[in-house]
Ligand binder design. Structure first.
Ligand code: MG
Length: 370
C-alpha cells in the first residue's frame, strides 16, 4: 500500500494516520456508527477520486480512453480527490468547530466560516495556514472548483433561503452536505434544515439547496441503520413541506422508481447529467441503490456524459453510510491524497460524538421552514 505523504504534524490527541484510525474504532464508542460515518466519508472521497478522472468527458470519450466498458477500476498510484471532497471536509470541520450540540444557526455560521477558509485555499491566500484543515497542502490544490461556490464565497457567502444570493441550482450545495447527516445530536429534520441553510449560503435556487437537505437527512437516517430506499422515502415526506421542492422530489422519486426495475444503460441518462443539484442526487442515489457493491456503484455513477465526480462522490457517500466499511478496501483509502486530513477530522468527529452521546443528547428541534 502506498502511504500518503504527510508533510504536516498531526494535532496532539487526533492522529492523522489512516491505519491508526481504523484500529481505533473499537475504542471510540459506537462501532456501527463509526463504521457508517467512515464509510460515508471514505466512500465519498473514493467516488470523487474515481469520477474526477472523467469529470469533463462525455461517455464516448470515456470509452475511447478506457475501453468499451468505460472506467471500471482505479488507476495505480495516488487517488486524487476534487473540490467535492475538499468542501465536504470543510463542512465537517465547520460542524466540529461549532460543536456537535450547537444550535442550527451556530452550525451554519461555523460552516460558512469553514467555506471561507476553503475559498482562501483556492485563492492561494495563506494567512492562517497552520490552522486546522489548512495545515494540509493537499487541500490547497485547485481541483476544478465550482464557479458558483467561488463567486458566492468571494461575496462573503451570506445567502439564505429567504434572501438568496443567486438563482443557482448547481450541485455544489449537495455534493458537500453529507457530514451534516453524521451528527447524531441532530434529528433527521434538523440535519435537513442545517444542510439547506448551509447550501443556501452559495446556492439560491430551491433545487440548489433542497437536495443538500435531502442528502443530509438520508445520511442521518442511515447512520442509525435505516436502509437507503427507506431513508429516501422518509426524506420525500420531509421535502413536501418546502416551497419549490417539486424538482428535487421528482428526482428522488424517479431514482427510486427506476432502481426498482433497473436498466442502468438508459436509467442514468434519463435521470440527468448531474450538473444541477437534484440530478446529482438522483444519479448518486440510483447508483447506490442498484450497484450492489462499492466498485459497481462508482462505475455506474461515473460513466456518463455529466458531472462524474459529484455523482460518484454522492453515490459513494450514500453507499458507505448504508454499508459501512465492509467492502471499502483499506488499500484504496490509504492511497487517497486526502487520507491524512480525512483521518484527522474523522478522529475528531468520532471522539466528539462519543462525548456528546455520553453527556446529554440535544433535545430534538422541531423542523422549521421559516
Ligand atoms: Mg469536483
Amino acid at each position: 500500500m502506498t502511504q500518503p505523504t504527510i508533510t504536516t504534524p498531526p494535532t496532539p490527541g487526533c492522529p492523522d494516520d489512516f491505519e491508526e484510525l481504523l484500529a481505533a474504532i473499537p475504542s471510540l464508542g459506537d462501532d456501527a456508527f463509526a463504521e457508517r460515518a467512515l464509510g460515508c466519508l471514505l466512500g465519498g472521497a473514493l467516488g470523487d477520486a474515481f469520477g474526477y478522472l472523467v469529470e469533463f468527458d462525455e461517455l464516448p470519450r470515456i470509452r475511447a480512453r478506457f475501453g468499451p466498458d468505460g472506467l471500471t477500476e482505479f488507476p495505480d498510484g495516488r487517488l486524487i480527490v476534487s473540490d467535492d471532497t475538499q468542501m465536504t471536509l470543510f463542512t465537517l470541520e465547520g460542524l466540529l468547530e461549532a460543536g456537535l450540540a450547537a444550535p442550527v444557526a451556530a452550525k451554519v455560521q461555523a460552516i460558512r466560516r469553514a467555506y471561507l477558509d476553503w475559498y482562501a485555499t483556492q485563492r492561494g491566500s495563506r494567512p492562517d495556514r497552520d490552522q486546522g484543515l489548512r495545515r494540509y497542502p493537499e487541500l490547497w490544490a485547485t481541483r476544478a472548483p465550482g464557479n458558483t461556490c467561488l463567486g458566492a464565497l468571494r461575496a462573503g457567502g451570506r445567502g439564505t433561503v429567504t434572501q438568496p444570493v443567486n438563482d443557482s441550482k448547481g450541485c455544489g450545495g449537495v455534493m458537500r452536505a453529507a457530514p451534516i447527516g453524521l451528527v447524531r445530536a441532530d434529528d433527521p429534520e434538523t440535519c435537513f434544515r442545517i444542510a439547506v441553510d448551509a447550501a443556501a449560503l452559495t446556492h439560491g435556487h430551491p433545487s440548489g439547496y433542497l437536495p443538500a437537505g435531502a442528502m443530509a437527512a438520508m445520511v442521518r437516517l442511515m447512520i442509525d441503520g435505516m436502509p437507503l430506499a427507506e431513508a429516501a422515502n422518509r426524506t420525500l415526506a420531509m421535502l413536501r413541506g418546502w416551497p419549490g421542492h417539486g424538482e428535487t422530489s421528482a428526482a428522488i422519486s424517479g431514482a427510486l422508481k427506476r432502481a426498482a426495475a433497473p436498466r442502468p444503460d438508459r436509467d442514468i441518462a434519463a435521470l440527468g447529467e448531474g450538473w444541477v443539484g437534484e440530478e446529482a442526487l438522483a444519479v448518486g442515489l440510483y447508483s447506490a441503490l442498484v450497484g450492489g457493491d462499492l466498485m459497481r456503484t462508482l462505475v455506474l455513477a461515473a460513466n456518463h456524459d455529466g458531472d462524474s465526480d459529484s455523482t460518484a462522490s454522492i453515490a459513494g457517500q450514500l453507499y458507505g453510510a448504508a454499508r459501512g466499511l465492509s467492502d471499502i478496501p483499506e488499500r484504496w483509502c490509504g492511497r487517497l491524497d486526502v487520507a491524512a486530513p480525512l483521518a484527522w477530522l474523522s478522529r475528531r468527529l468520532l471522539a466528539a460524538q462519543a462525548g456528546v452521546i455520553t453527556r446529554a443528547p440535544t433535545p430534538a428541534t422541531p423542523a422549521s421552514h421559516s
